[in-house]
Write a protein that binds this ligand. Structure first.
Ligand code: AFD
Ligand code: MN
Ligand code: MN
Length: 430
């Protein structure tokens, strides 16, 4: 393994300073959980086995439609992004995989890229295609859509790009292709709502046919943006219908920000699971739309309820239940490394809290129509501060008890500001 970006001595020094307090907190929580019949070490073992992938594009500062405000030391290519993702994994120990996006992360040698990542302690997660932007020299524009475009040559170009992503993913060790298209309309009448879905299904079937046996195609729905009147795969209904039509390797991916406000996302999760079509998640949070804010920063209770459904799903697995977990956020005003450290911790906390739910008590209360006790079964778990469990698991895996503190002390970003070329200004959601 090449040298990891953060000094082991720094992590060890800070952990030595925090260790006694952590052991104290862990023991106290262990006694509290033991009174409820829960073995804290068993929960810690589950937490240690949990992981969530980080998006390569999340390593750069995001922006809004209005502007992007880069920070010194921001990564500008996949190599620098991997290095930043290695920091997140080294300190936090829950993000061992990176999800790349093409053509943004294109290189000439993917075998070498895979080795480079492995040397940094990283692997690759789902590959993401991009048919929502035109690239320099591209033959056909996506201005009027990609997989659902009226123009057959444009559709074929989008299909070919997705197949190229599968080929790249094979070399990187991925087994999932995530497909999100921006296809849709801004005006009533602009496109036929039925025929555009037909075109999408026909093109998606060509991609599906190119999937290796052990691969999945994850369909990501989104209600609006960039299209503001209609979107082809707008909701979980369109997504599951498309996935059912395509075949068993097609599953649905739930991006938490891609729904109408106040939609019951945990119920969507339960529905998709019921029909064996829950493929994965893009975690983020939102207040108004697809805000791509940090996971759990606005509504951590919703995130807990999603994980509660996943814990129920684990007890009743259907069709090889194995959802992929990924962060998909736009870090507009924070250091992306800090946001992803903090978000991965929040996501893992929700996973741990869901593991604390007394399922027997919950199910008994549900059977007895005892609404208050059913609710309290969830509430007790949600109210438990699981931070010592995560910190202990992190320390035992070689990470930092206080990951943000270690990151700040390392001065990683200012060191990178000396080495890396500056990012240009401009707007853009990515
Ligand atoms: C989009 C979707 C999708 C896509 C990403 C690109 O969430 O995951 O790959 O943003 O930045 O809104
Ligand atoms: Mn997404
Ligand atoms: Mn999004």
């Amino acid at each position: 393994m090449t040298e990891l970006p953060i000094s082991f001595d720094l992590i060890a020094d800070r952990n030595a300073a925090h260790r006694e307090a952590l052991e104290d907190d862990y023991a106290a929580l262990g006694r509290k959980l033991a009174r409820a019949g829960i073995d804290i070490d068993a929960v810690k073992a589950k937490v240690a086995g949990f992981s969530v992938a980080v998006p390569s594009w999340g390593a750069g500062r995001g922006g809004t439609r209005f502007a992007k405000f880069p920070i010194p030391g921001e990564p500008t290519n996949i190599h620098e992004k991997l290095e930043d993702c290695a920091v997140i994994q080294q300190l936090g120990r829950t993000t061992p995989r990176v999800s790349p996006h093409f053509p943004w992360d294109k290189v000439s040698d993917y075998k070498a890229l895979r080795e480079e990542a492995a040397a940094l302690g990283l692997g690759f997660d789902a590959v993401n295609s991009n048919t929502f932007q035109d690239q320099p020299g591209q033959a056909h524009t996506y201005a009027n859509g990609s997989l659902a475009a009226q123009d057959a040559a444009t559709r074929q170009q989008a299909v070919d790009h997705n197949i190229e992503c599968i080929e790249i993913g094979r070399q990187l060790g991925s087994t999932d292709l995530t497909v999100w298209v921006g296809d849709g309309t801004n005006f009533p009448g602009q496109q036929d709502l039925g025929r555009s879905l037909d075109r999408y299904l026909e093109a998606a079937a060509k991609i599906y046919a190119a999937l290796p046996d052990d691969w999945r195609m994850l369909l990501e729905h989104k209600m609006f943006e960039p299209a503001f009147y209609s979107t082809v795969i707008s909701d979980w209904g369109s997504s599951i219908l498309a996935a059912q039509e395509l075949g068993p390797k097609a599953k649905c991916l739930v991006d938490l920000g891609h729904h109408a406000p106040n939609v019951n996302i945990e119920q969507i999760v339960a529905r998709l699971h019921r029909f064996g079509k829950l493929g994965g998640f893009h975690f983020n949070d939102s207040k108004y739309g697809d805000d791509d804010l940090d996971s759990g920063s606005i509504n951590p209770h919703q995130l807990f309820l999603v994980f509660n459904e996943l814990a129920e799903a684990e007890l009743n697995p259907r069709d090889g239940f194995n959802p992929s977990y990924m962060i998909d956020q736009s870090h507009n005003v924070t250091d992306p490394i800090e946001s992803m450290l903090s978000s991965a911790e929040t996501i893992t906390q929700c996973y741990a809290k869901a593991a604390l739910v007394d399922r027997a008590a919950l199910h008994a209360a549900q059977e007895a129509n005892d609404t208050m006790m059913a609710f309290q079964a969830l509430r007790r778990a949600y109210n438990t501060d699981v931070a010592p469990i995560l910190a202990m698991a992190r320390m035992e895996a070689g990470g930092a008890i206080d990951a943000l503190e270690a990151y700040r002390l390392s001065q990683y970003r200012s060191r990178k500001a000396q080495e890396r070329k500056a990012v240009g200004l401009g707007a853009g959601i990515v």
